[in-house]
Design a protein around this ligand. Structure first.
Ligand SMILES: [Zn+2]
Length: 579
């Protein structure tokens, strides 16, 4: 058994080494092996030393020798690997310790998901699938005051998850689970692991910053239980009582010391969107999230490193309760060049009315990326490329666009679109002209479009992009794509041109090639393109564009890839993706 596996490991290691200047990566090699042998996943930890030994041996062989081995044994692998960049995730830590891997994504439904959230969702989902485990979605909506949930976002988040291919096995909503948290609260108080603090916030802060207990910390269990019951019986007002979990008062981080687990929120004033004013004792993040991770049997938490302090806090509660903390993987920050992925900033822009929709192209939300024409596969490929690395990653739009182009370029239908058009009046037509350019230059099976030009007495006006005015002014001869050459004459200070068809110029001419659109209403359609910076470009496209449904991703020739946002008989609205 291990001999056969060794041969496979060697092959994966050699192929990996050849792709990376002779240095194979043991984690990638193990990932490749586990990708092909699901049955070995539980033994990942045992296999790692074998993989490491083989990788070491392979890496000490010269690159030249490795290339020769590949050429002899697996000649088709080199070209294949160059085309399909191999994507693997490193194995999960201690996966073999658990009979079933359980992961979760835990969004607060106070906004839609953004690119950063997609990382937690995709990694958690894909690891669960990789190990034949379970993936849970948990809506964390226990802050009816500051991070208040909104009803519409529960469903929008579900749509986002479905879009990026993260189907969940179970769903929980924390606002349904308050009695469960109350039970844990009672247990903590009875174990003298928590107390009800009635201090004013400043008083408590002064004490805790000096590593000193507040007077409530030494209350008897009986007094605490009395106060806790008073809380549950609505006898405190907002801000009058807080349940705190006992930690180490000398912990170097004051924010970890005796953290708040429950508080009173006046839900008459700020009702919860799902359960209204029914409850006024609310668990704080670390209590609710920590309790659920344990009760739902989460084995691996995959989240950003900003949660490291939360883990420190929750570990105290886990110790009080005799629970074992799940395996926690904290990845670094994900940034995208020139865009703020901070949820609070995006929400502020929406609240202030600077941005009216959560899918505005200026936002880094999944809804915005979807609206612009990014494929969910692009998002998945990106997340797999960066994986759960602890280092911060900044991705460039160029990279993201290149990944997306690979996916949409082979399928996007091509159309002519002229932005801010100017007119060119052409003479020399011999009646109505119909041309049938292909919908895709390399995919004849996709079919053709039809563009009609209906001249009056041999004369017709075509529209070209305003940007091409310079070409018309400076070039003696210009070609209309799929049409003919003509010699442009400026007849209106760069805004209007005329031209005579040049017969028999063939395709050999070096004339610059412009896209064009008929000027007659029946043969074109008005188009508005919403750009990534929120501006709008207006123009016209050939009439056949109206056959495209909403959500179609198309390419406007010499302009860029766009997604059809709306399509009515008079106007097509599109969102710009990239060039
Ligand atoms: Zn106190």
């Amino acid at each position: 058994m291990y001999e056969i596996i060794s041969e496979e490991i060697r092959k994966a290691a050699i192929l990996n080494a050849v792709r990376h200047e002779g240095k194979a990566n043991p984690k990638t090699v193990l990932g490749t092996l586990l990708g092909e042998h699901q049955e070995l996943r539980a033994q990942a930890n045992d296999l790692m030393p074998i993989v490491q030994a083989i990788v070491q041996e392979v890496n000490s062989t010269s690159l030249q020798t490795l290339r020769e081995v590949v050429n002899q044994k697996w000649p088709d692998q080199l070209s294949k690997q160059r085309q399909d960049k191999e994507r693997t995730l490193p194995p999960l830590t201690n996966a073999d310790k658990y009979t079933k891997i359980v992961t979760r994504v835990a969004p607060n439904p106070d906004f839609v998901l953004h690119l950063g959230n997609a990382r937690a969702a995709i990694l958690s989902h894909d690891y669960a699938k990789m190990y034949n485990g379970k993936f849970i979605v948990r809506f964390e909506d226990t802050d009816p005051r500051l991070k208040k949930a909104q009803l519409e976002y529960y469903e929008k988040i579900r749509q986002d998850l479905v879009w990026i291919g993260c189907k969940w096995d179970e769903e929980y909503i924390q606002s349904d689970r308050l009695p469960i948290y109350y039970e844990v609260g009672t247990t903590l108080i009875r174990k003298a692991a928590a107390y009800v603090c009635q201090c004013k916030p400043e008083q408590f802060r002064d004490k805790i910053n000096a590593s000193l207990p507040c007077p409530d910390r030494s209350l008897t269990v009986e007094t605490n239980e009395e106060r806790w019951n008073k809380m549950l019986e609505h006898e405190y007002k907002e801000g009058e009582a807080v349940v705190r979990v006992k930690t180490d008062l000398t912990n170097p981080n004051p924010a970890v010391r005796d953290w708040p687990a429950f508080r009173i929120i006046d839900t008459v004033k700020t009702p919860h969107p799902r359960i209204g004013s029914k409850f006024d004792v609310w668990p704080l993040y670390n209590l609710a999230s920590g309790v659920d991770d344990h009760l739902l049997g989460i084995t691996h938490i995959i989240r950003g490193k900003e949660h490291l302090t939360n883990m420190d806090r929750q570990l105290f509660m886990y110790n009080h309760l005799g629970w074992k903390y799940p395996e926690a993987i904290h990845y670094g920050r994900l940034k995208i060049q020139g865009m703020d992925l901070s949820k609070s900033k995006m929400m502020k822009a929406v609240e202030k009315g600077e941005i009216s929709r959560v899918d505005d192209p200026r936002l880094g939300t999944l809804a915005a990326l979807r609206r612009r024409g990014y494929s969910p596969k692009t998002i998945r490929d990106l997340i797999w490329d960066i994986g759960p690395k602890p280092v911060d990653v900044t991705i460039s739009w160029d990279n993201l666009n290149a990944m997306n182009r690979k996916i949409i370029d082979p399928i996007a239908h091509r159309y002519y679109f002229v932005a801010n058009p100017i007119e060119v009046t052409i003479t020399g037509f011999k009646g109505t002209l119909e041309v049938h350019p292909p919908l895709h230059p390399e995919q004849p099976n996709l079919g053709n479009r039809t563009i009609r030009i209906e001249p009056m007495v041999g004369k017709a006006t075509l529209l070209v992009s305003g940007n091409d005015s310079d070409v018309l002014k400076s070039q003696p001869e210009v070609r209309f794509m799929n049409l003919f050459n003509f010699k442009p004459v400026d007849t209106g200070s760069g805004k209007n041109f005329a031209g005579q068809i040049v017969e028999d110029s063939g395709h050999h001419s070096k004339a610059p090639i412009l896209q064009w659109v008929p000027s007659t209403d029946n043969d074109n359609v008005a188009v508005q393109v919403l750009m990534p910076d929120g501006t709008q470009v207006n123009g016209f496209a050939e009439a056949d564009l109206q056959k495209e449904g909403v959500d179609s991703i198309i390419q406007f020739v010499r302009f860029g890839f766009c997604r059809i946002d709306r399509n009515s008989s008079k106007l097509v609205t599109a969102c710009f993706a990239h060039q």
